[in-house]
Each structure stands twice: as C-alpha cells, then as structure tokens.
Design a protein around this ligand. Structure first.
Ligand code: ADP
Ligand code: MG
Length: 695
C-alpha cells in the first residue's frame, strides 16, 4: 500500500498518473492536501440502498441493479427506457430528453446505481434518475451504500476522465492511505465553544459524511477558517493604511464651497451635511481618507462627492471621478460641469467611445494639471491617463468595479484620498467584514419633498389596465420605464423580452405614444441618443433591460413597470425602483409577476411592496435569498468563498472578527495557541493563499 502524506504529489496517488496530475496541477492541485480542500458540490444520499422488490411507491430511493434491456420507445412521447434488475425485482428508468446521449450509454448487464423518485406507471418507474455506472464490487463500496460526494466538474477535468466518480476514487484512496492528520490552527477552546469539528474531522466529513448533519457541521467549521483568512487580510490592510502619512495637505478654503452650496437649487439634507463634515475631517487629516459613502438610491450622494472634489480643486489638486457606465459618467459630467466652471474649476469627461484624438487631448491636459475634475468610466484606468497631482479618487457604485480596477486608478496618485460610494446598502455585520478597512459614512435621509414611491405587485393578466394607466399618466406629462428580463426571445426561458415587446407595443397598445428601447446590444451612440431623448421628454416610454439600473437620473419619470418581477432579487428590484420618484411628482412602481409563483417569490414581492427602506430591503434580501449570492457582492472583490454562505454565517462573520480583534490587539497577553494562529494566518497571507479583497 502507498503511504500518503499531505504534501505527497498527486501523481503518486493510485489512479491519478501523469496525465491527470498535469491537468490537476494546471488547476492549482499539486498535492494531497489540495485535493482535500476540493469540496463536493452536493451529495447523493445512497446510505440506504433498497432492494427493488421492496421499493415503496411515491418516495425517493437508491437502487443498484444490472441492465436487462434498453431502447427507445415511441408512445405519446418519445422516450428512452432502461430496465434495471436486481435479485428482488425490476424497475423502468425513463428519460424524455437527451435520448441520443442515453442511447449510447447502456450495455446489457452493466451495473448501475440509480437515485430518484419512484412512481407507479405500468410497473415501477423512475423518471430522470441520478445515475452512475459501477464497474465492479469495489465501486459498489465507494459509490453506493453511503452518502456520496458529487464534485464540481470542469470540461478540462472531464477530458482526462476526472469525473465525479474518479474524483471519488481518488479521495477515497487518499483517506484510506493518509498517514498524517491536518494540523488544526484553531485553538481547541474556540472549536469547543462553537461546537466545531477539528479541522481533520471537518475535512473528512465534508467528503464522506457519516450522517447528513455532519455536512453542515463541517461546512460551518471550514467557513470559519475562510472568514478568518479573509478578514485577516482586511485587518492587515487597515493596519498598513493606518501607518501611511499623506504628502498633500489641504487648507480649509471655503470660499468656492460656500458659493457652490449657495447656488444649489436645493438645501442640503441633514444627512448630506453630516457626511460632508466627516469627509472634510478626513481630507484635512494627515492620513489618506479611505471612506465608503453609502446611502439609499436617490439620497443625493453625488453632490457630496462634488463638494469633496471642489474642496480638493480649491487646493489645486485633481480629482478622478469614476462611474461604471457611460450613461452615468456622462450624466455626472453634464449635471455638474457648468456649476464647476462658474467657479473656475475645469472638468472633462473621458469614456472609451470618444475618438482617439479626443482622448489624447484630454489625457494630455490632465497630465499637465489643466483638468481639475476628470469624470469618466473604466477608461480612466488605462495607462495613457495620468495626473499631475491627483488628490482624490471617487468611485461611484464601487461594487461594480473589481479590486484591480479600483487599485489601478488609485495608484495614479501618491496615496490620494479615496471616496467610494454605493447604493447597495448591506447589513452592518457584513459591511464591517467586507469593508472593514474602510470608514463608513451613511446618508440616512432623503431630500425633503420626495413622495414615497407607491409600489404594487400585479399578476400579468391585468397588463391591459397597466397600459391604460401609463397612457393616462403621459397625458399628465409623466414618463414611464418598462423593464424586461431578456433582450430577445430565448429557447430556454419563456419570458417576455424587450425586442418583441417593442415591436408589439409600438404597433399595438402604446401606438399613440412615443416609445424607445435600450438594452446591452444597442450601440453606444444610438443608446446615448435614445436616453437623451428620454431625458428631454421627447419619449414617453422607455423599454429597457436592467442596463438602466444604475444611476439614471430623470426626475420626470413617474412610472416603472417591471416585467417578471418574480425573477429579480429584492435588492435589484429596489435598485430599479430608485430610478423613479426622483422629482416632486408622485411615482408608482408596478411589479408584474407571472404564474407559477413560488412561495419565496411571493414573499419577496410582498416584502418589496411593503417598504421603500433600502436597509430593511437589504436585510430581508439576505434572509430570503438563502444560500445564494448576495446581490452585487460577486464583483466587489469578495473572494469566491468555498464553504461560506454569507446569509447563514453572519454569526461566524461576527465571531471571526472578534477573534481577529483579539489577535491584532497587542495589549492583550495571548496564550501561545493564539500567537500560533496569528502566525499561521500571516503566513497564508504572505504566501498569497488569501484572495485579495477590499479597496
Ligand atoms: P444617489 O445617492 O442615488 O446617487 P443622486 O446623487 O443621483 O442620488 O441624487 C438624486 C437626485 O436628488 C438628483 O437629481 C439630485 O440633484 C437630487 N438631490 C440631491 N440632493 C438633494 C437635496 N438635498 N434636495 C433635493 N434634491 C436633491
Ligand atoms: Mg448615484
């Protein structure tokens, strides 16, 4: 028998060999330990194999048997059937799809394990079972008779035969021959107080759980480790930033600021004034600012950011103001360039759709320090853009940018101040984790005079009435957005799409209105034209996909209809809703839902219409989503956690942060277990084993 150690190369594991080990290495699996951290995607419960003769109708079961016969049957529906037989009886396995595939798969007498729901239809039947071929009796042991792991598949793995079954063979051999246990760096008392498995047990049980409950128990333990590693990075970043002294200094030069504020067509809200104070305090400090400005859609974050850029410009330093879409960048520029230039502050807009020579002119002026505030999209991060004296970096809708992109812009200055903004409010625990290295300011008031958006959800059969409502509103000079989940017809999804709707509505129900359409496949120039027409009220109705989700600021828009609202997450619905109700007119949102509605979709819609408070929505989103992705987190530099499920692990987030606070607080005399943990986490960081995050 082979003796395996944690650092044994995979090539020496039975069944791997040079070809497979090469592909594994290409995917970052070099030794035994790496494979142990490759977690199953899900599990099949084959802990009890039922003899076919003892199967109960209307229940799930796993059976093992040999193929007696197989072939295509032509009835009301064409189907592929296999008769599987064991000593006690026989059952039909049926497939209605992928007939070509199945017809090549089976040979008489082959041994298979099948899991699925048993029904009675001309004898016993399982439709579309989970199926796996067992080659011999050893296979029967590894792949059946217990809860078995199913591993994530990639096409590279499949090409060299590393399917789930062969991964299972490899993990089984590893566990049978492993002569070492994984060292646990978590102090035993922490394991105890959280009811965690030790590391080795957690790893063993996540692959081959003795019972179902052990899967979740192992996952939580491994999630805690991931959170510790991730937050260690955040804590270290903060530590490092705290030591930086910035080179530029600002004078509290209020002349232009006062003029600017005096000329605004509105009074700043208390929320805006408060966060501006916080930001100004940071700017005046001798450490660079790292601040996240959050606030619900429409609370008026932009003007606060403009105040900051004005302050910086009054001190002869430059500001880079980056937004995620051209629409948004342009809108910021258009809204503010005149009031800035009235105060002798020059600004410009840089996006990729400018002509090459236009870009060069702007880049040159910026490098010479002739532009005070440069608005733009991702175009700002390209190498040809440089600044003479970059004092402040502003990133709007920061969760739309990757860490690298944000970093690249930031590094165009010498430790400039940083202000990132987001309208995706997240619960406090999560904010502290994800943005632990940023200070957080929150605008908690909406401008006075905003009427709450009336929100309802309706079933799609009342759509004719909704169109009448839109037509009436247009007579009162209102404007409408209608949002669709798809650009064009899809074979997979039976959903309304914006292109067909545009054709139908412009000839049908809305033929007397001026309607336009934008989506991701409309060319930039054309899209800008349409959006401008909508802003200038040359269009009554704008049909769109979610491209309009961020930032669009047309205060005259009064109605939004969201088609297939049941398909959208709560936070996204809320974000979309933020496009209306920006002026003084009453705004209405109609969420249109299509049957069949799952219980969770219905709950989501009920909650959505019950509140317009973005923070409440964010909390509920986290709860209702279950294990899924939290909206907007994926792009925000949050690593692809393997074990963490944010929504279920908020307590672990908090506890891991508390533990790190202890570790980073040098005043406390920690016993050696904790010191070792610190060293271990630090070495992971230094070896680049932690995925980068934060701003
Ligand atoms: P968000 O926080 O979602 O980015 P914006 O900055 O786009 O919001 O502001 C939304 C709208 O509210 C804009 O039209 C802006 O001019 C307006 N606004 C901002 N502050 C105020 C205020 N204090 N009073 C009235 N309107 C305001
Ligand atoms: Mg905004």
């Amino acid at each position: 028998m082979i003796e395996l150690k944690l650092n044994s190369p995979l090539q020496f594991v039975k069944g791997v060999g040079p070809k497979k080990s090469q592909v594994l290495a290409e995917h970052g699996f070099n030794n035994v330990k790496d494979i142990l951290f490759y977690f199953p995607r899900h599990y099949l419960d084959r802990s009890s194999v039922t003899p076919i003769g003892e199967l109960k109708i209307d229940g799930s079961a796993t059976i093992i048997g040999r193929v007696k016969a197989h072939g295509i049957l032509y009835g009301k529906k064409r189907r592929y059937e296999v008769i599987l037989e064991d000593d006690s009886g026989a059952i039909n396995l049926v497939w209605f799809h992928g007939i070509n595939y199945w017809s090549k798969l089976f040979k008489k007498n082959q041994l298979f394990a099948a899991t699925g729901y048993v029904k009675s239809y001309m004898g016993l039947q399982i439709v579309h079972p989970d199926l796996e071929r067992l080659e011999d009796e050893t296979d029967r042991m590894i792949h059946a008779g217990r809860i078995i792991p199913v591993y994530p598949q990639t096409s590279d793995f499949n090409k060299v035969g590393l399917n789930s079954k062969s991964m299972r063979r490899i993990t089984t051999i590893i566990f049978e021959n492993l002569k070492e246990t994984l060292t646990d760096h978590l102090p035993a008392e922490i394991c105890k107080s959280h009811d965690f498995f030790d590391l080795h047990t957690a790893i063993a049980q996540i692959h081959y759980p003795n019972q179902r409950d052990n899967i979740e128990k192992s996952r939580r333990r491994l999630a805690f480790d991931e959170l510790l590693n991730f937050q260690f990075l955040v804590f270290s970043n903060k530590d490092r930033k705290n030591k930086i002294v910035k080179k530029h200094i600002y004078n509290d030069n209020t002349d232009k600021l006062d003029k600017f504020i005096g000329r605004l067509p509105f009074q700043l809200t208390n929320g805006q004034n408060n966060v501006w104070k916080e930001i100004k305090f940071d700017l005046m400090s001798n450490r660079p600012m790292y601040r996240l400005l959050q606030g619900d859609v429409g609370c008026g974050k932009t003007v606060v950011a403009i105040l900051a850029s004005l302050f910086v410009a009054s001190n002869n330093l430059q500001t880079a103001f980056m937004a995620p879409t051209e629409i948004l960048a342009e809108q910021h520029y258009r809204n503010w360039c005149n009031s800035l230039s009235d105060l002798n502050i020059s600004s410009a807009l840089l996006t990729s759709s400018l002509k090459q020579n236009e870009k060069s002119v702007i880049a040159e002026r910026c490098a010479d320090g002739k532009i005070d505030v440069l608005f733009g999209t991702h175009a700002l991060i390209y190498d040809y853009v440089s600044f003479n004296k970059l004092g402040l970096v502003i990133i709007d809708e920061q969760h739309r940018f990757g860490v690298k992109q944000r970093g690249k812009l930031y590094n165009k200055g010498d430790n400039p101040d940083l202000l990132v903004m987001t309208a995706t409010p997240i619960p406090r625990t999560l904010a502290l984790t994800l943005y632990g290295d940023l200070d957080i300011s929150t605008i908690d008031t909406l401008p006075i005079g905003r009427k709450p958006i009336k929100t309802v959800w309706r079933s799609n059969d009342v759509k004719p009435k909704i169109y009448d409502f839109i037509i009436d509103d247009v007579k009162k000079d209102g404007q409408t957005y209608i949002v669709y989940p798809l650009i064009e017809k899809s074979d997979q999804l039976e959903l309304e799409n914006v292109e067909d709707a545009y054709k139908e509505l412009s000839k049908g129900k809305l033929k007397n209105l001026k309607i336009g359409m934008v989506h991701g496949k409309v060319k930039n120039t054309e899209r800008d034209k349409i959006i401008n027409q909508f802003f200038n009220q040359e269009l009554d109705v704008l049909l769109a996909t979610t491209v309009i989700e961020v930032g669009m600021d047309n205060p005259n828009a009064t109605i939004m209809v969201i088609e297939h609202a049941e398909r959208f997450g709560l936070a996204q619905l809320h974000q979309l809703r933020g496009r209306i109700g920006r002026g003084s007119k009453q705004a209405t949102l109609i969420a249109v839902a299509y049957a069949p509605l799952s219980e969770i979709s219905q709950k989501r819609l009920e909650y959505f219409v019950s509140t317009t408070d973005g923070f409440k929505i964010a909390e509920a989103d986290l709860e209702l989503r279950g294990p899924g992705e939290l909206y907007g987190l994926r792009q925000s530099g949050i690593p692809a956690f393997k074990a963490v499920r944010i929504s279920q692990d908020l307590d672990l987030l908090e506890n891991s942060r508390n533990l790190l606070e202890k570790l980073f607080n040098q005043d406390i005399n920690l016993d050696s277990n904790y010191k070792d943990l610190y060293k271990y986490l630090n070495s992971n960081l230094e070896h680049g084993k932690v995925i980068n995050a934060g701003a």
